[in-house]
Design a protein around this ligand. Structure first.
Ligand code: ZN
Length: 392
């Protein structure tokens, strides 16, 4: 079995586990930095290894458009192309097709849309997306699903959820076909696992139905939880996560897609989530915003101009172990490339270390207290010496 999930210890719904893939093991809970275009912005593979990142993400939609999944395959697959030898997961592009592209038409067969790069008309079907993800060659590939806005009504949510389940059947059939044919379209670099995506918006009945029908559709190595943190209030997100925890198979990893603020990670782990990803740590870095253990900080704030302290006294990243807030503010306000890089390093390090700490707390049977104290400190507003933490 190239894919295996072992649960070592639990604390309520929270789990400390190990997800084994052909490119190595992932200790869970774990945060996966996002390299949308086969690059975790401003962070190279040596940096990722130094931060003990175990698994990263890339995006099928973006890589299909540029440089092209066929080219990536010719060059030996995504691992070789981007010089990363650890596990990779590719998102199917469902989210991008439905949010980023100029959407033209959705029908049972697939989605017609215009490329956000050159306006050319494209048509994605579940089968095509499987071939794209096969060409890219990530360890874990996500099904193509129908993504809708977070607070869609019951009818729209049911329609998208049921279509996603039908598309899962087609993804699975194509995935098996590609595996069995082993022809030139097959990836030359090892086995892959297909994760379904469970949809259903914020509707509990739909979520339960989608989870049980998805689990019945095959023995999957893991499950994606999609369509959350897309504009709904946080209590709704957390309520649906509890529903997902009850209705998904416990012996498989659960991946909460696109959710990556520190408080969401901890609330997700509390509700049985094992894997997370989000563009926030690198995207926030580009706007001068940073996560810290004492809350969020905007490093452009005038109050930091002469602040000689590290950004986060509790962080061991390359930024915090060496440079002051004043220096970081100077770099960022001067648009120095180093400022952007150091902020990205810090933010990614912060989330990866947060999940490592959560894992240790679960294993040591102190997770409930640890998570409560962590959130209290984070919400305390003590991040900035002279005034409360700000949001970007
Ligand atoms: Zn740091």
């Amino acid at each position: 079995m190239p894919f295996r999930f072992t649960i070592e210890r639990t604390a309520g719904a929270a789990r400390a586990g190990v997800f084994t893939t052909p490119h190595g093991a992932v200790e869970t809970p774990s945060f996966m930095p996002v390299g949308t275009l086969a690059s975790v912005k401003a962070i190279d593979p040596d940096d990722l290894h130094a931060m003990r990142v175990q698994m990263i993400l890339a995006n099928a939609y973006h890589l299909h458009l540029r440089p092209g999944d066929e080219l990536v395959r010719q060059l030996g697959g995504l691992h070789r192309f981007m010089g990363w030898d650890g596990p990779i997961l590719t998102d199917s592009g469902g989210f991008q097709v439905f949010s980023l592209a100029d959407l033209r038409r959705v029908d049972e067969n697939g989605v017609e849309f215009k490329s956000h790069l050159d306006g050319s008309t494209r048509f994605f079907t579940p089968e095509l997306v499987m071939r794209i993800e096969r060409n890219l060659g990530a360890d874990v590939i996500m099904q193509f699903d129908h993504v809708i806005p977070g607070q869609s009504d019951d009818v729209a949510a049911r329609d998208a959820s049921e279509r996603s389940i039908r598309w899962l059947e087609r993804c699975r059939a194509e995935f098996v076909r590609l595996d069995e044919t082993g022809d030139a379209t097959a990836a030359p670099y090892g086995e892959q696992a297909l994760f379904p995506v469970v949809q259903g918006g914020i509707h509990e009945v739909l979520r339960r139905e989608a989870a049980s029908r998805t689990a019945a559709a095959g023995d999957f190595a893991g499950y994606g939880i999609g369509g959350l943190s897309v504009g709904e209030p946080k209590p709704e997100t957390y309520r649906i996560l509890e529903v997902m925890d009850e209705s998904l198979p416990r012996e498989r990893p659960r991946y909460l897609m696109g959710v990556g603020f520190p408080e969401d990670l901890i609330e997700g782990v509390r509700r049985g989530v094992d894997l997370f990803d989000c563009v926030a740590p690198t995207r926030m870095g580009r706007t001068g915003a940073a996560f810290t253990s004492l809350g969020r900080v905007n490093v452009k704030r005038a109050e930091l101009r002469a602040d000689g302290a590290p950004l986060d006294p509790n962080c061991g990243c390359p930024l915090c172990s060496r440079f002051s807030r004043a220096y970081l503010r100077h770099l960022v306000t001067s648009d120095e490339i180093l400022g952007l890089r150091l902020l990205s390093l810090h933010n990614v390090h912060f989330l990866v270390a947060l999940m490592r700490d959560a894992r240790a707390a679960i294993r040591d049977e102190r997770f409930a207290r640890w998570s409560r104290e962590w959130l209290e400190r984070y919400y305390s507003g003590a991040a900035s010496p002279s005034s409360p933490a700000t949001t970007p």
